[in-house]
Design a protein around this ligand. Sequence first.
Ligand code: KIV
Length: 262
Amino acid sequence: MMTIPELRQYKRGKKLIVVTAYDALFARIVEQAGIETILVGDSLGVVVQGKANTLSVSMDDMLYHTKLVAGAVKKALVIGDMPFMSYQASREDALRNAGRLVQAGAQAVKLEGGAAVVDRVEAMTQVGIPVVGHLGMTPQSVHQYGGYKVQGKDKNQAKAMLDDAKALETAGAVAVVLEAIPAELAKSMTAQLTIPTIGIGAGPYCDGQVLVLYDLLGMFDEFVPKFVKPYAHLKADALQALRRYKEEVEQGKFPSDSESYR
Ligand code: KIV
């Protein structure tokens, strides 16, 4: 059983492996593969709901999917993602919504941003809700960035990101996701932080890695960032299976005797 104190120990040693999941079936498969940390990411807005970005994901969506995943796993640690506008407007909103995710079964919550959310992280930590930060290409700020672009390329941006990470750490964050930033910056941040860094498009030097499950399985091919490595090609397999099923029904080959009752 993975716990938050254990997660905090993943620092410059054994790698912390994280993957997203949104439903019970895949949560169980992830767990069977020996992956001990699951993020119920608001990426579900794109890969499950078919939207162009994560901005329309609601608290109700996150509560539903967090319940499905948390109710299915036996040992994995479940991190629930805080969707857009569930924590930005006020500290009270943030605290209440984080609490709802924990009541849905998450052991920790994740939110995006640095200095602007430090007081939220502090408030959650004070009431016993572990928080994972998220810096770099934070998808909820996609309009501000003008698209999904690598962040932290210039010195000022890199320095501001490091300051943000340190502020999150001081506020009590238990780990920080670094998304789409140069590998050297992630390396330097990893060396200067005492909490684990979890990279996605942040190179090999982070304390852990996270990927969106459907990207990793080769199921989602509408937008494949450079940092994604598909370890399977399940979309191709699914297409092949569905076409064969259609063909066999059309040809009268399915169902055959072995799929029929006598
Ligand atoms: O929503 C998500 O799945 C995430 C990961 C990509 C880190 O935030």
